[in-house]
Design a protein around this ligand. Structure first.
Ligand SMILES: NC(=O)c1ccc[n+]([C@@H]2O[C@H](COP(=O)([O-])OP(=O)(O)OC[C@H]3O[C@@H](n4cnc5c(N)ncnc54)[C@H](OP(=O)(O)O)[C@@H]3O)[C@@H](O)[C@H]2O)c1
Length: 284
């Protein structure tokens, strides 16, 4: 089955974005796959049908977003966009006491301001009944130590999505967030690499202060990778949102995300801190 529905996905070069692009392409949608490198677009094309079109878009650069809007308007013509999947994201980690503010800004530039920039640019092209799908995370519901920047960006994305959903209801555009737990993608390895470099540049006493906590968080993260789900499973949920007659506000994906959203989030603060301290093995 082929569809005339165009779907723009940001951050489609790898992980969840690539899985969404390929899955939606297989389902017959006309996928506009947002990438930053030509080679990533070419790699996607090799694995997809002729319907898939790579589009260069860096969500943090207004020129790039504007160029993508022009390119996409030419492709979609009067048909407009049916779906916008705001998936591009990075994970910045580190102790907030010493986190360089530029790192915090970089985190929010991609996951928060980038998402809104893309929404603002493409809203006029979204047709009535169309969908905005924002890729959140279990970290948008529960904040762990050391991933404060990432969790902060996803909490912000959740709040912005709630506001947007109500604002766009009269326009007949649905806004949903997808909240996966751990997913097997390159994001955490990329994050750990930059975090290790950043920690190595911090003053010795800060490194000593946080070393055991950093080790505990890294151990817990590696352990939880055992329960990680595949990006294809998240792509399946994105497809479900696109096909739903009335999409829900939130879609939880994975058992760890379910526990975070349905249990941990509602614990009284002291109990939650106690549970997280023990579960992660944090120094007490
Ligand atoms: N993996 C998980 O455990 C997990 C769990 C919950 C939610 N998520 C969310 O899922 C989304 C996708 O992450 P992933 O796990 O699939 O990681 P990933 O494989 O590292 O993919 C991230 C994507 O975002 C793109 N990106 C980064 N900065 C960008 C920018 N400035 N402009 C446009 N695109 C940019 C990357 O493109 P380049 O290749 O060009 O850098 C890449 O395509 C993120 O929003 C993440 O927070 C992930």
């Amino acid at each position: 089955m082929t569809s005339t529905k165009h779907i723009l996905i940001t951050g489609a070069s790898s992980g969840i974005g690539a899985a969404c692009a390929l899955h939606l392409d297989r389902l017959g949608y006309r996928v506009l796959a947002g990438v930053r490198q030509e080679a990533d677009g070419a790699a996607l094309k090799e694995r997809s049908s002729d319907r898939l079109t790579p589009v260069n878009i860096d969500v943090t650069k207004s020129d790039s977003v504007a160029n993508a809007r022009e390119a996409i308007a030419e492709i979609t013509g009067d048909g407009g966009l049916f779906g916008l999947v705001n998936n591009a994201g990075i994970a910045v980690a580190g102790p907030l006491e010493a986190l360089p503010l530029d790192e915090l800004r970089r985190q929010f530039e991609v996951n928060v301001f980038g998402m809104i920039a893309v929404v603002q640019a493409f809203l006029p092209s979204l047709i009535r009944g169309g969908r905005i799908i924002n890729m959140s995370s279990a970290s948008g519901r529960v904040a762990f130590p050391f991933v404060g920047p990432y969790a902060g960006s996803k909490f912000a994305l959740e709040a912005l999505s709630d506001s947007l959903r109500l604002e766009l209801r009269p326009s007949g555009i649905f806004v949903s967030v997808v909240e996966p737990g751990m997913v097997t993608t390159p994001i955490w390895e990329r994050s750990m690499e930059t975090t290790r470099d950043m920690l190595a540049d911090l003053p010795g006493e800060i490194q000593d202060k946080y070393r055991s906590m950093a080790d505990a968080v890294e151990r817990a993260a590696k352990k939880s990778m055992r329960y990680a789900i595949s990006p294809e499973r998240v792509a399946g949920v994105v497809a479900m949102v696109l096909r739903a007659r009335r999409p829900r506000a939130r879609y939880i994906v994975g058992i760890d995300s379910m526990i975070a959203s349905r249990v941990v989030r509602f614990l009284p603060d002291r109990l939650r801190d106690w549970v997280l301290t023990r579960a992660i093995g944090l120094p007490r």
